[in-house]
Design a protein around this ligand. Structure first.
Ligand code: AMP
Ligand code: ZN
Length: 136
């Protein structure tokens, strides 16, 4: 994807604050961090979102997230971590190259990775449980 900024960053064509790199991923510091240490896992190949990401890379991305969170929690002590992954504009995706946000949390940081809880109605529960048959 010649016009994708994360392709260029992942390939090293645009400089970035890289904290980890291997053949398949680059992990960079977010330029607009929610908190100190906010990092992004980028696959080097272009996939627009999780629906396009091959299963083996999805698995590797989560294993890498675990490695980085575990290491960085020691290196830059924090009080928790959010792993956030946005798909589609309504979900907050602004760069359409799959990425995972690793966001350190600090007591009182007001980073706001949250939502207002609704209620699960019987009708909606029934509908979703029926439609989730596609998972079987
Ligand atoms: P999302 O909204 O989930 O698509 O996340 C995109 C993230 O990429 C945002 O947190 C941005 O701050 C971050 N971002 C955009 N451009 C760059 C860049 N050139 N280097 C590092 N982070 C970036
Ligand atoms: Zn890309």
């Amino acid at each position: 994807m010649s016009d994708c900024i994360f392709c260029k960053i992942a390939a090293g064509d645009i400089p970035s604050a890289t904290i980890y790199e291997d053949d398949e991923f680059r992990v960079i510091l977010d330029l607009g961090p929610a908190t100190k240490g906010h990092a992004l896992i980028l696959p080097k190949q272009h996939y627009k979102d999780i629906t396009e990401l091959p299963e083996d890379l999805a698995g590797k991305a989560m294993i890498l997230a675990k490695k980085i969170v575990t290491c960085m929690m020691e290196a830059i002590p924090c009080d928790g971590y959010n792993i956030v992954q946005n798909n589609g504009e309504p979900a907050g995706q602004t760069v359409f190259h799959f990425h995972m946000h690793l966001i350190p949390r600090y007591v009182g940081d007001h980073a706001g990775v949250t939502w207002k809880p609704g209620t699960l109605s019987e009708e909606v529960k029934k509908e979703i449980l029926e439609k989730a048959a596609c998972l079987k």
